[in-house]
Design a protein around this ligand. Structure first.
Ligand code: BEZ
Ligand code: FE
Length: 289
C-alpha cells in the first residue's frame, strides 16, 4: 500500500495492527501512544538524523541503568511525566496529605527507630526536630501507623550516594506512631541537592539550559490499617529552588516552616539543646472505601 505525504496511511496501518490486542487496556494505551508519537513526528517534521539521535539517547539511558540507578525514572522525572502520573492518580479526600514522587533514594529496609531517635548519625548540620500526628482525614488519630522517613544530609547527599563516608542508614528511620498517633524524631535540616547529572539525563539538562537542583526536603511514606498509604515529602519553607524543582514535585501544601526555636520546655521534651529548628505537620490519610 502507498502512503500520502503526511504519512496518514502508515499511521492508519500501525493503528489497525493493534486492533487484535487481547487486553483492552493495553490496546487503548498502545493506540494512544502510536497516535501521539506519529502526530509528534508529523508536527515537528522529525528528520532521520534526529530520530537516530533520539534512539542513541534512549539506548544510553537504558545502558546507564543498574541495580542501584534507574535512569529511565530520572528521565520521566525531569520531563515532568512522573509528577503528571502521580497527580492524575493522587486524588485524595479533602484534607488528606498530598502525595509527591517517591524518587530513587528510598530503601525498602529502613532502620527501625524509636520515637525521638536522631536519624542524623553524623552530626554537624543544623539541629532539627520533626513532629506531628498521623491521623485519618476525619481527625481520628492513627496509633501504630508506620512512618518511613529518608532525607539527604546537610550537604545534600543521601547515605547511598556516599558509602564509606556516611554510615548506612544515615538520614533514615522507620517509626511507629504512639497511642495518640504522634511521631517525632531528631535530625539535621537537609540541604537542596542536584539529581544525578553524570548520565544521559544530565546531558539533557545541560542541552536545555536547566539546573539539576531539588529544593531541600524530607521524604515520608505513612501507612496505617484501613487507610491508603501516602508517599510524600515536606519541603523546607524559604529554601532555594522551591519554584524550579528539577522534577516538578513541589506542592504548596507540602512546604512547611522549619521554625527557629529557643523554647526550654520544648528542648527538654525533645531532648535537644536550644536553639533548634522545628517542623510540625500532620500526615493525614484517606480511609480505604
Ligand atoms: C528525590 O527526591 O530523592 C528524587 C526525586 C526524583 C529524582 C531524583 C531524586
Ligand atoms: Fe529526595
Amino acid at each position: 500500500m502507498t502512503t500520502d505525504a503526511t504519512g496518514a496511511g502508515v499511521t492508519e496501518q500501525a493503528l489497525a495492527a493493534l486492533r487484535g490486542t487481547a487486553d483492552p487496556r493495553l490496546g487503548e494505551l498502545l493506540t494512544g501512544l502510536v497516535r501521539h508519537l506519529h502526530d509528534f513526528a508529523r508536527e515537528t517534521r522529525l528528520t532521520q538524523e534526529e530520530w537516530q539521535r533520539a534512539i542513541a539517547f534512549l539506548t544510553a539511558t537504558g545502558q546507564a541503568c543498574t541495580d542501584t540507578r534507574q535512569e529511565f525514572i530520572l528521565l520521566s522525572d525531569v520531563l515532568g511525566l512522573s509528577m503528571l502520573v502521580e497527580t492524575l492518580n493522587g486524588d485524595r479526600a479533602a484534607g488528606a496529605t498530598e502525595s509527591t514522587v517517591l524518587g530513587p533514594f528510598h530503601l525498602t529496609d529502613s532502620p527501625v527507630r524509636a520515637l525521638g531517635d536522631d536519624i542524623d548519625l553524623v552530626g554537624g548540620g543544623e539541629r532539627c526536630v520533626v513532629s506531628g500526628r498521623v491521623r485519618s482525614a476525619d481527625g481520628t488519630p492513627l496509633p501504630g501507623a508506620v512512618v518511613d522517613v529518608w532525607q539527604a544530609d546537610d550537604k545534600g547527599y543521601y547515605d547511598v550516594q556516599q558509602p564509606g563516608v556516611q554510615p548506612a542508614g544515615n538520614g533514615r528511620g522507620l517509626f511507629t506512631a504512639d497511642a495518640e498517633g504522634r511521631f517525632w524524631f531528631r535530625t539535621c535540616v537537609p540541604a537542596a541537592y542536584p539529581i544525578p547529572t553524570d548520565g544521559p539525563v544530565g546531558e539533557l539538562l545541560r542541552a536545555t539550559g536547566r539546573h539539576p537542583y531539588r529544593p531541600a526536603h524530607i521524604h515520608f511514606i505513612a501507612e496505617a490499617e484501613g487507610h491508603t498509604p501516602v508517599t510524600t515529602h515536606i519541603f523546607v519553607a524559604g529554601g532555594d529552588y522551591l519554584d524550579s524543582d528539577a522534577v516538578f514535585a513541589v506542592k504548596q501544601s507540602l512546604v512547611q516552616d522549619f521554625t527557629e526555636t529557643d523554647d526550654p520546655s520544648l528542648a527538654r521534651e525533645f531532648g535537644v539543646t536550644n536553639p533548634f529548628r522545628h517542623a510540625r505537620f500532620d500526615l493525614v490519610l484517606e480511609r480505604t472505601a
